[in-house]
Design a protein around this ligand. Structure first.
Ligand SMILES: [Fe+2]
Length: 254
């Protein structure tokens, strides 16, 4: 995954079984590298500086989530909408002399100092890169695993309660936006939503922290299959959440 330009050799490995994605990082001293990028306070919320400006391969085929997200929606969403965010981000960055070799996460920390075009497209690019990895083919009895499962029980009252609160945040986001499970500055699990292509890493966001799981509730994410029934899309989406990846992010590996 040659998307950072600052972090040395990275080998991108794609596995089709389970749609999981793994990285081999050719790094020495990952922690020192990350801390060297960290803005004040960001190291406290597990910010990972590893998203480049280029769109990465989709970790599964367009039809891999077919019973939840149809292939045509996936194709248009990935190859048109998300691709445009990456393209427009790069164009704007070059035009505005913004370093395209830095991780996108660095922009979010001071996003109020950038143009609306940079903000919207950096957010759109980052959010979608994360969104694809947050999904995998449908899994029976799909639930969190490991330490995240324990934390959801302890901090959010259990999976069912968490699922209800997260779903409500997604349903109630007026217009276009995202709902998130994120870690706040105190490393506590929180649920919230952001408008448009904002995310909790942005310094202008009402909710701040490190996103662990996000759902895209723009109509382009579901309208072909679900039309106006956003609630049905959200309910079905729980079957394709890649809890192994969310767990990686929770363990500070994402
Ligand atoms: Fe989207």
């Amino acid at each position: 995954m040659s998307n950072s330009g600052t972090s040395g050799r990275r080998k991108f490995i794609k596995t089709t079984a389970g749609g999981t994605v793994a990285f081999t990082l050719g790094l020495t001293g990952l922690n020192s590298l990350l801390s060297s990028f960290a803005e004040p306070g960001q190291d406290d919320i597990h910010v990972k500086f590893n998203t480049g400006f280029d769109q990465q391969p989709l970790p599964y085929a367009y039809d891999a989530l077919e019973n939840v997200i149809d292939a045509k929606t996936m194709e248009i969403h990935y190859s048109k909408h998300a691709a445009a965010y990456a393209k427009n981000l790069k164009e704007a960055a070059i035009a505005e002399k913004v370093d395209i070799n830095q991780p996108v996460e660095k922009i979010f920390a001071k996003v109020d100092g950038y143009s609306a075009k940079i903000r919207n497209n950096a957010g759109g690019h980052y959010n979608h890169e994360m969104f694809w990895k947050c999904m995998r083919p449908k899994t029976e009895n799909n639930k969190p695993v490991g330490s995240l499962k324990d934390a959801i029980e302890k901090e959010l009252g259990g999976f069912d309660k968490f699922k209800g609160l997260f779903s409500d945040a997604a349903k109630n986001r007026f217009g276009s936006g995202w709902a998130w499970l994120y870690l706040d500055a105190g490393k506590q699990l929180k649920i919230g939503s952001t408008p448009n292509q904002d995310n909790p890493l942005m310094n202008i966001s009402e909710i701040k922290g490190f996103p662990l799981l996000g759902i895209d509730v723009w109509e382009h994410a579901y309208y072909l299959k679900y039309q106006n029934k956003r609630a049905d899309y959200i309910e079905n989406w729980w079957n394709v959440v890649n809890w192994d990846y969310v767990q990686q992010r929770y363990e500070n590996k994402g």
